[in-house]
Design a protein around this ligand. Structure first.
Ligand SMILES: [Fe+2]
Length: 289
């Protein structure tokens, strides 16, 4: 599979896998993103369906359970299943979150924040390097939404992310909705965040909707349509990075596939306009205005 995947894709979910298999998304998405954990250790229909779908769409994998920030050692059994899965679907890289999801072998099924310290960045970067060796392809780390700080931070989140990226020499799976959620909840400018990270390390983007639970708290539910402000952030990034794969994530209150595909088309409109602006910037840089 070519590593040159760009455009707008969709996170594959059980709620609509059958319709995708029937061809209802053909020509309407550039690729699919899949979570290996939904197919590993499983027989039956799901892996067979995915194999059929992988014949028609490029697949990018996005993991949920590597638990890069956990004090536990990397899970050998997990990697033993993960590597063959990634090889089977032919993903050019694999991403997982800058978080931890368990301790002492207990899985918490949540993406919990890590301390924004050099010790934590160093340890996570070391684990990212180990993970890359084990899976035989590049890793990208994703910025998460977080609601409280674990311990006293030494640095702000973008500085922490930069430290992990540089120490691991890995790629960034940039979730623009997560930055917006954190900026709203913790009171910072999301564009200050974006200006601090090396956009040349962005290999892929996530976009999603969220819900407001209280006046001053929004929660990253992936259960709503993408907000205008988040579209603007996506456009800002693509205008600077050029074409990248962008994934629409939807995990709760999932509408019928045609509705999701309409949202993909809307994202694609914003994306294509941003790519055109990126091309103009390239022209100006080459020839002067
Ligand atoms: Fe995400």
């Amino acid at each position: 599979m070519s590593v040159d995947i760009t455009g707008v894709g969709l996170g594959l979910r059980a709620a609509f896998i059958e319709r995708v298999e029937r061809g209802e998304a053909d020509g309407k998405i550039a690729f699919l993103e899949v979570a290996p954990e939904n197919y590993m250790h499983r027989g039956g229909k799901a892996p067979r369906r995915l194999a059929a779908i992988a014949e028609r769409f490029p697949i990018i994998s996005h993991g949920l359970m590597m638990s890069l920030g956990s004090p536990d050692p990397l899970d050998d059994a997990y990697f033993a299943e993960l590597r063959p899965f990634l090889d089977r679907v032919g993903t050019p890289w694999h991403s997982d979150h800058l978080c931890w999801s368990g301790i002492d072998g207990v899985l918490l099924h949540d993406l919990l924040p890590v301390p924004f310290t050099t010790a934590s960045a160093t340890r996570i970067a070391d684990r990212v390097r180990q993970a890359q060796d084990r899976i035989g392809r590049p890793m990208a780390v994703e910025n998460v939404s977080w609601y409280l700080q674990l311990g006293a931070p030494q640095k702000d989140e973008p500085d922490f992310v930069v430290e992990v990226l540089e120490r691991a020499d890995c790629q960034l799976m940039l979730d623009v909705n997560n930055i917006f959620v954190n900026a709203s909840n913790h009171g910072f400018d999301p564009y200050d965040w974006l200006r601090k990270v090396p956009l040349e390390r962005v290999v892929q983007l996530h976009i999603a909707g969220h819900d407001r639970w209280e006046d001053d708290l929004i929660v990253d539910t992936h259960g709503n349509e993408v907000r205008e402000e988040v579209y603007d952030m996506l456009a800002w990034v693509i205008e600077r990075t050029g074409p990248k794969p962008v994934v629409l994530e939807r995990d709760s209150d999932i509408p019928p596939l045609p509705t999701l595909l309409e949202e993909v088309a809307r994202i694609d409109g914003v994306y294509q306009a941003a790519v055109a602006r990126w091309q103009s910037r390239q022209e100006v840089a080459r020839h002067g205005s």
